[in-house]
Design a protein around this ligand. Structure first.
Ligand SMILES: [Zn+2]
Length: 85
């Protein structure tokens, strides 16, 4: 995982993720899936415990893990109550 992503790259990743979601939704619709209970979950992981970036250093100093830097890994699309897929 890259540590220093520019906002521009972030935007590009987001646009790519949204396109993938759109494609996924169309395929699900074609398969006749019920999409009214569809949920979209955004992955957000914190930086590794050993990370020494500015945010993580602050988090460590203040003993507040919520201040850690975040990694956004993407999106997950799922239908509520349909955990198998
Ligand atoms: Zn960090």
């Amino acid at each position: 995982m890259l540590r220093s992503r520019s906002p521009r790259i972030q935007e590009q990743l987001l646009a790519l993720a949204l396109r993938q979601i759109e494609k996924m939704l169309k395929e699900m619709q074609k398969e006749g899936k019920e999409l009214t209970r569809l949920k979209l979950k955004r992955f957000q992981k914190t930086h590794h415990i050993d990370c020494t970036c500015e945010r993580c250093t602050t988090a460590k100093a203040k003993h507040d893990p919520r201040l850690r830097g975040l990694l956004e890994d993407g999106f997950k699309v799922y239908v509520e109550g349909d955990k198998a897929s």
